[in-house]
Design a protein around this ligand. Structure first.
Ligand code: ZN
Length: 134
């Protein structure tokens, strides 16, 4: 793994949260994006070399809706940048982690992503992400 790519925060209302985090960071989010397949609407903030992703559910079946119902708003996942997501999935499976989607899928921000089940990583949902090269 290369570095923390971003930290994902689950929110009830993206628009309101964008305003609050803009005050906190003293700058606006630089993009919003809907990931239909995941049932989420996201926005991204850049703070120095780091990124924060806010996630709002777009339907009741969304993993974010389920997370909010169970745990309320807060840190949802930590994403790590990897150079070869397929290789990393194989390696982590071998190490005993539960990979939620063994076939990487297209996530927000032009990335291929895969998630590790929080049960296999002390309650932390881990996202692996690899930049999609054009
Ligand atoms: Zn993410």
């Amino acid at each position: 793994m290369q570095k923390i790519e971003h930290i994902g925060i689950a929110v009830k209302n993206l628009e309101e949260s964008n305003k609050l985090f803009a005050k906190l960071f003293n700058k606006k989010h630089y993009k919003t994006e809907k990931v239909i397949t995941e049932g989420v609407k996201t926005s991204f903030f850049k703070i120095g070399p780091n990124k924060i992703e806010l996630l709002e559910a777009t339907n009741p079946e969304s993993p974010i809706a389920k997370f909010l119902a169970k745990k309320g708003e807060g840190i949802h996942h930590i994403a790590f940048a990897v150079t070869d997501i397929h290789k990393e999935i194989k390696r982590l499976k071998k190490e005993g982690f539960t990979v939620l989607n063994e076939k990487p899928k297209k996530g927000a921000d032009n990335k291929l992503v895969a998630f590790l089940h929080p049960k296999s990583s002390h309650g932390v949902l881990i996202e692996l992400c690899q930049e999609i090269s054009e």
